[in-house]
Design a binder for this molecule. Structure first.
Ligand code: GLA
Length: 731
């Protein structure tokens, strides 16, 4: 619910449990008043004014030495009118090269339904589910119009933000920086919880105190990256899983970005989140009449700790970000041949794997890398999206038909954004890749990236993909992307527009994805970038699931999936059971543990079933039956982290509780083995305290409070990496 009090200039956004407030003050400056748990008054009494040294005053208010943008909480801080903190917006006036701006409120509109953004992913909601607030700010000198957009999802406790910039002046402007949102807080101690990592070890949790000196995470790589995820949590200093205030910030963007937080000279805290250009600099030319949309930021506030925050973000991403038929439909249990064969296969070997998989209960066969062009290893062939019939011994049509005849659906791997130098595509169109004419490009995995900033290239790739999808029965696509971008130079743009390439590239990727999902609405697309290098809310708008990591080791996955769970729902987390010793870590874990960990995701297999023992084959069948039975609970239930793998060295535990709290599944994996071991316990969460639950595995029954507060003992002396599940049903 959005309210605008014209007399005071106060705009209040209320969701079920939260309030967000701003004020167009008497000078037309848009102040940020409040974001947090629901309040029933305005918070304008918290704003104080004082004569501050070295904090300047806008010229028209110059006689009031207590009014300085440097000290006030601002809704969308810009550079040029005396605020020296980290700005959200920096604009260069090309008429004289100056960086000044003075944005004053000119218009406030409230409407039903949710705004959308041009060419960018944005959450969606029905007219009765979402409202839009638009606050227009203007700079009289440049003619720049800034529309601050707020999408309000009352029932989800979510507020989204984005910004539309329009050059209504007569001279060109250059956008040097345009963040999606800033949040100012007048006082308090905050932590920034962010998720860092590397290839095959993504989304490790980093919990830092925000202090003086800027704390900044982001990506320079043209993708959101393995290194830092564009989801962070701003938490009150005392917040934990169950108590305390925290704000989730999802930047819905898949390219370079920056999220930074800082305590200023007056102990006020500012967070700024948005896209960035090459090395942080966005140099986007905005000619008179042109406009520019920033990506969206999704904000949610929880007064009840991190678990509740995750429940909010999970339900919002599941319902208002993920689209298409697989938003609600059960996702297929798949087998992927990558770790089973790597590049070493022919059609018959694949069909044998598929036959075996079918007998075990698997539903979808995915053919990974190596089926096209001249691709015997990862040095060649990218870009030649034509099946290698010599290698397969059959056409793709025949392979997919034979797999379908077995009763499995068929999926295929692509890396549409890349090209190998040793490929027919590169030989025909060297100008289609990103590279600086005067210097050789950076190579990575022996491949270059296509210039997706150029429409012609996106169209070319689209036609190649359509040719394949139209000629075989493909119900799943794995969209991979296996390097960081570099050499941001596009032949299609003039020299004064090269700063736009990295963002235009992302827009090109979104464009191709949008066209594919429109043309093949029943195809499931799984995103991937060397595993989870582009695991973000932007990609989830197009691809309902993302391969979470190239690391399939169950123990490392406990860490990776733990970190991922703070911002992303289980439905998005691609996870498979693979062979042991694990190919990434060399570790051997029990088959049961691998199943338990993979089931807390989309679930599938990445191994050659012919290499399994009879016992493992039986276990695999049981896993599949179990997963199908638990599907609704895992997919729609509430997810609880019961331990942290960072602080609980002995055990990792988590659980799902159905919305009606009638069923639950508790999962635990032992991390350590010692002589004369101690007894281990876990404390389940989310159960009805005075209801009695029957535990399927032990055939015992206990009240919810006895389990949650007194605890649930683990079997004595669990073996190393042994996993265990308990299924609870209300008696
Ligand atoms: C990336 C993906 C893997 C696999 C390989 C194929 O690393 O993350 O799952 O598809 O590429 O080359």
């Amino acid at each position: 619910m959005i309210k605008h009090d014209k007399k005071t200039g106060i705009i209040t956004i209320n969701t079920k449990n939260t309030t967000y407030q701003m004020q167009a003050d008497t000078h037309g400056i848009l102040l940020h008043l409040y974001y947090g748990r629901k309040i029933h008054f305005d918070a304008s009494h918290t704003i104080q004014y004082a004569d501050r040294g070295f904090s300047g005053n806008p010229y028209d208010l110059g006689s009031d030495r207590t009014y300085s943008l440097d000290a006030l909480p601002l809704e969308y801080p810009f550079y040029g009118e005396g605020d020296y903190r980290n700005p959200a917006l920096i604009i260069k006036n090309e008429k004289d090269g100056s960086l000044g701006l003075d944005l004053r409120v000119s218009d406030i509109e409230i409407s039903k339904g949710k705004y959308s953004l041009k060419g960018l992913p944005a959450s969606y909601g029905a007219e009765n589910e979402a409202e839009t607030l638009s606050v227009t700010l203007k700079d009289s000198i440049t003619g720049l119009t800034v529309r601050l957009l707020y999408g309000v999802f009352e029932g989800y406790d979510v507020i989204t933000r984005a910004v539309k910039l329009t050059n209504e002046g007569t001279a060109p402007l250059t956008i040097k920086k345009a963040a999606s949102a800033a949040l100012d807080f007048l006082y308090g101690d905050y932590r920034l919880i962010s998720f860092y990592g590397r290839h095959a070890m993504e989304r490790n949790l980093c919990d830092s105190l925000i202090s003086h000196g800027r704390l900044s995470i982001g990506s320079n790589r043209g993708t959101s990256s393995h290194q830092y995820n564009p989801f962070v949590i701003l938490a009150d200093s005392g917040t934990n899983e169950d108590f305390g205030g925290c704000i989730g910030v999802h930047l819905m963007y898949s390219g370079s970005f920056e999220i930074s937080a800082e305590k200023d000279q007056y102990d006020q805290t500012r967070l700024v989140a948005g896209l960035s250009g090459i090395c942080g600099e966005l140099d986007w030319l905005l000619q008179p009449g042109e406009d520019f949309d920033t990506p969206e930021v999704i904000l949610t506030y929880s007064k009840d700790g991190l678990t509740h925050l995750s429940h909010n973000t999970h339900s919002f991403i599941n319902n208002c970000v993920i689209r298409g038929s697989f938003k609600d439909k059960r996702r297929p249990i798949l087998i992927n041949n990558w770790e089973a064969t790597y590049f070493d296969f022919d059609g018959e070997r694949l069909i044998n794997i598929a036959k075996d998989a079918k007998n075990l209960g698997i539903e979808l066969f995915v053919l990974d890398d190596g089926w096209f062009g001249k691709r015997e290893d990862d040095n060649t062939g990218l870009g030649d999206w034509k099946v290698n019939t010599g290698k397969l011994g059959m056409t793709l049509g025949e392979l997919s038909r034979r797999i379908n005849e077995l009763g499995l659906s068929f999926g295929l791997w692509f890396e549409p954004e890349a090209v190998s130098e040793d490929s027919d595509m590169y030989r025909a169109h060297p100008e289609y890749c990103l590279r600086i004419p005067s210097r050789p490009p950076v190579r990575a995995r022996y491949q270059l990236m296509l210039d997706f900033a150029r429409q012609e290239v996106v169209d070319f790739v689209y036609e190649m993909l359509v040719d394949i999808f139209d000629n075989a029965n493909i119900s799943y696509m794995k969209w991979d992307m296996n390097r960081s971008l570099s050499d941001f130079y596009s032949d299609a743009l003039s020299k004064d527009r090269q700063g736009e390439v990295s963002h235009r590239y992302v827009l090109g990727v979104y464009d191709l994805l949008e066209r594919l999902i429109k043309r093949y609405p029943d195809m499931l697309i799984e995103g991937c970038s060397g595993g989870g290098g582009r695991f973000d809310a932007g990609m989830l708008y197009y691809t309902p699931q993302v391969w979470c990591s190239d690391n399939t080791d169950a123990i490392d996955r406990l860490f990776i999936q733990y970190g991922t769970s703070f911002g992303y729902p289980i439905s998005a987390v691609g996870s498979h059971v693979s062979a042991v010793p694990n190919h990434q870590t060399g570790r051997t874990t029990p088959f049961n543990t691998r199943g338990i960990v993979a089931m807390s995701g989309t679930f599938g297999y990445e191994l050659d079933p012919a290499k399994l023992t009879d016992e493992e084959r039986e276990a695999l069948k049981t896993q599949i039956e179990r997963f199908k039975k638990d599907y609704d609970l895992i997919r729609h239930g509430d997810y609880y982290r019961l331990t942290s793998p960072y602080s609980d060295k002995e055990l990792c535990a988590w659980m799902f509780v159905s919305k009606d709290k009638k069923t639950a599944v508790i999962n635990a994996v032992s991390l350590n083995n010692h002589g004369n071991p101690v007894f281990k316990y876990i404390n389940p969460k989310g159960l009805i305290p005075d209801a009695v639950y029957h535990i399927e595995e032990s055939d015992e029954a206990y009240p919810g409070d006895a389990l949650m507060y007194a605890g649930l003992p683990l079997p004595y002396a669990l073996g190393e990496y042994e996993g265990i599940q308990w299924h609870l049903n209300l008696t």
